[in-house]
Ligand binder design. Structure first.
Ligand code: HEC
Length: 107
């Protein structure tokens, strides 16, 4: 958020008011403010490294190491960042085991 003009190769600049709205949202719902177990573990596994993606944390990598790499490229998944493809309730902040899709459904 500190340099939106250079956002992963795109200029994502916003009006100051919109930028503040998004920044406030991100801070309000950040792992630092969450009481969820996964948030705590993800934050802890950053180990003071400058990690910008959950998928680069040791916690995330460990939790997903049993999943064959090619699954993340299947058309219904597309990317590791597409959490919702496998965690149906993630938009509600929930990662319950019984809501994790069976990986074989993507094969
Ligand atoms: C291809 C499907 C897939 C994608 C995409 C995926 N996950 Fe997962 N995730 C799983 C599976 C399967 C497990 C359970 C692994 C196990 O128990 O061996 C899991 C486990 C987890 C866990 C641990 C759950 C627990 O009960 O401790 C967390 C947290 C998690 N995922 C977060 C995420 C986040 C955040 C994203 C997106 C950045 C994501 N996952 C993307 C399939 C996926």
């Amino acid at each position: 958020m500190g340099d939106l003009a250079n956002h992963f190769g795109d200029d994502a600049s916003l009006e100051p008011e919109d930028e503040k709205t998004i920044l406030d949202f991100l801070v309000q719902y950040s792992a630092e403010k969450s009481t969820k177990e996964a948030s705590y573990k993800i934050l802890k596994s950053q180990e003071n490294k400058d990690i910008i993606a959950i998928t680069q944390t040791t916690f995330w990598k460990n939790e997903h190491k049993s999943i064959p790499k090619e699954v993340f490229f299947k058309k219904d998944v597309k990317s590791k960042a597409n959490c919702k493809a496998c965690h149906s309730d993630i938009e509600k902040g929930l990662i319950e085991d019984d809501k994790i899709k069976n990986i074989s459904s993507f094969m």
